[in-house]
Every structure is written in structure tokens, then in C-alpha cells.
Design a protein around this ligand. Structure first.
Ligand code: ATP
Length: 434
């Protein structure tokens, strides 16, 4: 009981920090909020961009067997018929006869009793989670389309284009980062279960006989990326998903679960999609070796950007105590932190300090690293507290000594230690640490 209230506190602290420091806001907040949607502020966008760039660099740019794609979110309804999503992308749902609220059957304890008002729950029925829409002015059923519930199909429907354009040899992969939409019955737990979210997915095409080897390989790759970005690996657990719980397209699934503050739940997943999708789209591949037509099998490592952010926030959030005051800070790795360093003149009403800080420190660092901010708001103590909460690894302060000896103070986020270094050494000092 005690642990639960402590963990609820942690989620509250993180949600409030995200709002206060401009990471994440509730979607449509000024109109009362739209459940399962969030808007990303300046530092949240920076954090997400760093995560996506790190992923793209590792899985696309540094490899020779990977082809990127950015497919349209709207696709013809035939895509979702062939993929099995129109018929099968549904969760069992129950409705309360008293308060009319709806719940996912697998998320409530008692299938008969409403968890909110205690009313009687009706019979479970399947609820398709795809958002339906109409394309163009026509109202007939041929105009029906869906917001994609996974980025994967955008890759399968471009399989032939990719093969024709780049002539890849097996094994090879396609990678995509983009939005996905699911009309979740009960969005909850901040960024964990949303209706609009972002995925980073790979479809890796292999010879059928080799699927197990590649499955094991991708498991290792996924874990190594998680560690690289700074997810607390002691909180990551592998879970083999039982046949009856797997998605309709998967013959084997391993989930990587994370110990969130609200429990151990899925972070990312790895699925063996066999030839399910390519076959249903009537696509094939001509093997260069034996000139025979075949349908490759697919290993799919899938990552949610938003769950990556949430697990990173939970991994990085720390508190320490100095002089009876609690100091919260985000211990992000410098390559992932939204801001690498903040530059301040000790006093903002001293033009000589401002001039030096601006021209000799801020401008060159900004040109070099981009993720550098100017912060002259409030006193130095307040600036440090703010930057600690943003997760900025270094704060640089220009003071009166700077004007005579060309040295500045660099303060370390994690230890609070301050050292003086030459202004001309700043770039190298930071470079060595990112
Ligand atoms: P869950 O069982 O939690 O509903 P899932 O198994 O349906 O998830 P996948 O279809 O495997 O999820 O989706 C791939 C990834 O997309 C997940 O590992 C997760 O990181 C992310 N994801 C899925 N649904 C959501 C959501 N509603 N909100 C945020 N991220 C999501």
C-alpha cells in the first residue's frame, strides 16, 4: 500500500514537471482536454527528436541493409482488410449499465462490476480500435479510410517499390518513424496508453529458414539501443507472449516490459510476423541466388516513441537533498538531454557580462551544438533548479572574473560541482562529454 502511494507520487511529480518545464501538455487542455492525446512543448519535442535520431542513426544510417520510408497515414481500406485489422484489430469491451462508462475487459478486475460506480457491467463485445474517416466528399462506403493503427503496413505496401528501386538482397529491412492512432477504450497512465502516438518500426525480411537466428539477433539489438539512450536496464524484463495473447499476425512475440511507477507493462515488442502480411498483400520477391519466386518472412522490432520518453523520464528522475531542500533533477545522458548547456550572465543588468556571455560563449556554443539555451531569468540558484529539472548537464556562468581572466564557471547537474575553465576550452570540454 505504502509503495503504491509513493509510486503515485512519482507519476504526479513527473506529470507536473513535464507541464511546468514545457515538455508535455494535455491535448486540447483549454477546452477541458481530449483523453489520450498530448501536445509536446519545446523540450519534449527536443527529447523526442533526440530519441528518434539516435534510433535512426543506429538502425538505418549506420547499416547497409536498411531502407527508410515515410508512408502516408491515410491508406486505402483494402490495406486494412488485407492486413486483418478491419476484422480483427479489436479489444473486448464492457459497458456499465449505470454510469455508461466503458472498460477494456483485460484491464478490470471483475467482469461484472463497474470499477468506478459499482454498477452492473453488460456483456463483453468486440470494439475495433481503428479511427474511421471518409476520404473526399463522397459518403459511400468506398470512401471509408482509417488512420493507421500501426506504421508497419506503410512498409509492407511499399515492399515492391523498395525492391524495385534499390534491389536489396535478403536479409534486408525497412524502417519508419511516424504517428499511429488507436481508439483506446481507456487511455491512461500519462504517455503510456494514448489514442495518438508515435512508433519507430522495422520490418526485417529474411529467408524463412533463418527466422530464429534473426529473431535472437534483433532481441540483442533492441536491448543495446535501450541501454544506449539511458533506459534503466534493471527495470527492463523480457516476456515471452503466449499464443492466445499474441496479435493476429504473430507466430512468436517477445515483449520488453518496463517497471513503470504504475506497474510492469509493455515498453517495446519483437514479433515474428512470418509471411502473413506480404502474402495477404499478394507480394513476392525473386531470390537472386536461385531466381525463384518466394515470400520472405518478417521479424518486426517495434518501439513506441512515447513509451520510450516515459521510461526515460522514470529512469532519469532523481532527487537529492541539500541544506534541507529537495532538489529534483533529470539525469539524462547528454546525447538525449533536450538541452546540452545553458549560458547565463551572473547579472542580467550588467551589459559587459551580457555582451561577453552572448558573443563569446552562447553564440559559438549555439553554432556548434544547437541545443544550447540562454537563461538569465531569476537568480543563479533559480536558474540551476530550472535547468536541473530540464535535465541540462552543464550550466555555464559568466561573472566579473571572466572579464579579466577569460574563464567561466561550469556547473555539473548531477554533482552540483562547479569548476572554472577557459572560455576557449569550452567547446572541447563539452564535446568530450557528449
Ligand atoms: P498494448 O498491449 O500495451 O496495448 P500492443 O502490444 O498492442 O500494446 P503493439 O501493437 O506491439 O502494442 O505496438 C507497438 C508499440 O507501440 C508498443 O510496444 C508500444 O511501445 C507502442 N504503443 C502501442 N499502443 C500504444 C498506445 N496506446 N499509446 C502509446 N504507445 C503505444
Amino acid at each position: 500500500m505504502k509503495k503504491e502511494s509513493k509510486d503515485n507520487d512519482l507519476m504526479e511529480k513527473i506529470v507536473s514537471l513535464c507541464k511546468r518545464r514545457g515538455f508535455v501538455f494535455q491535448g486540447s487542455e483549454i477546452y477541458g482536454g481530449l483523453g489520450g492525446t498530448f501536445d509536446w512543448g519545446h523540450f519534449g519535442v527536443a527529447l523526442k527528436n533526440n530519441i528518434k535520431q539516435s534510433w535512426w542513426k543506429k538502425f538505418v544510417d549506420s547499416r547497409r541493409d536498411m531502407y527508410g520510408i515515410d508512408a502516408a497515414i491515410l491508406m486505402r481500406q483494402e490495406v486494412w482488410q488485407a492486413s486483418g485489422h478491419v476484422a480483427g484489430f479489436a479489444d473486448p469491451m464492457v459497458e456499465c449499465s449505470k454510469c455508461k462508462k466503458r472498460f477494456r475487459v483485460d484491464q478490470i478486475e471483475d467482469e461484472k462490476k463497474c470499477p468506478e460506480c459499482g454498477g452492473k457491467l453488460g456483456e463483453a463485445r468486440q470494439f475495433n480500435m481503428m479511427f474511421q474517416t471518409k476520404v473526399g466528399a463522397s459518403d459511400d462506403s468506398s470512401a471509408t479510410s482509417y488512420l493507421r493503427p500501426e506504421t508497419a503496413q506503410g512498409m509492407f505496401v511499399n515492399f515492391k517499390n523498395t525492391v524495385d528501386a534499390f534491389h536489396p538482397k535478403l536479409p534486408f529491412g525497412m524502417a519508419q518513424i511516424g504517428k499511429a492512432f488507436r481508439n483506446e477504450i481507456t487511455p491512461r497512465d500519462f504517455l503510456f496508453r494514448q489514442r495518438e502516438f508515435e512508433q519507430m518500426e522495422i520490418e526485417y525480411f529474411v529467408r524463412p529458414a533463418d527466422w530464429e537466428k534473426h529473431f535472437e539477433y534483433w532481441k540483442v539489438q533492441m536491448l543495446s539501443w535501450m541501454e544506449e539512450v539511458g533506459i534503466d536496464m534493471s527495470k527492463v524484463h523480457e516476456l515471452e507472449i503466449a499464443k492466445e495473447d499474441r496479435a493476429h499476425y504473430s507466430s512468436r512475440t517477445v515483449d520488453f516490459e518496463f517497471d513503470y511507477a504504475f506497474g510492469r507493462k509493455e515498453l517495446f515488442g519483437l514479433a515474428y510476423r512470418t509471411d502473413f502480411d506480404l502474402k495477404n498483400h499478394k507480394l513476392e520477391y525473386i531470390d537472386e541466388e536461385d531466381k525463384l519466386k518466394m515470400v520472405p518472412h518478417v521479424i518486426e522490432p517495434t518501439f513506441g516513441v512515447d513509451r520510450a520518453v516515459l521510461s526515460l523520464l522514470l529512469s532519469a528522475y532523481k532527487e537529492d537533498e541539500k541544506g534541507g531542500e529537495v532538489r529534483p533533477y533529470l539525469k539524462f545522458k547528454p546525447n538525449i538531454a533536450p538541452v546540452i548547456c545553458a549560458v547565463s550572465p551572473l547579472l542580467k543588468n550588467k551589459p559587459e557580462l551580457v555582451e561577453y556571455a552572448n558573443t563569446k560563449v552562447f553564440a559559438p556554443l549555439k553554432a556548434e551544438f544547437g541545443r544550447v539555451i540562454w537563461d538569465d531569468n531569476g537568480n543563479i540558484g533559480k536558474r540551476y533548479r530550472r535547468q536541473d529539472e530540464i535535465g541540462t548537464p552543464f550550466c555555464i556562468v559568466v561573472d566579473f572574473d571572466t572579464l579579466t581572466d577569460d574563464t567561466v564557471t561550469v556547473r555539473d547537474r548531477d554533482t552540483g560541482e562547479q569548476i572554472r575553465i577557459k572560455t576557449s576550452d569550452l567547446k572541447n570540454y563539452i564535446k568530450e562529454r557528449i
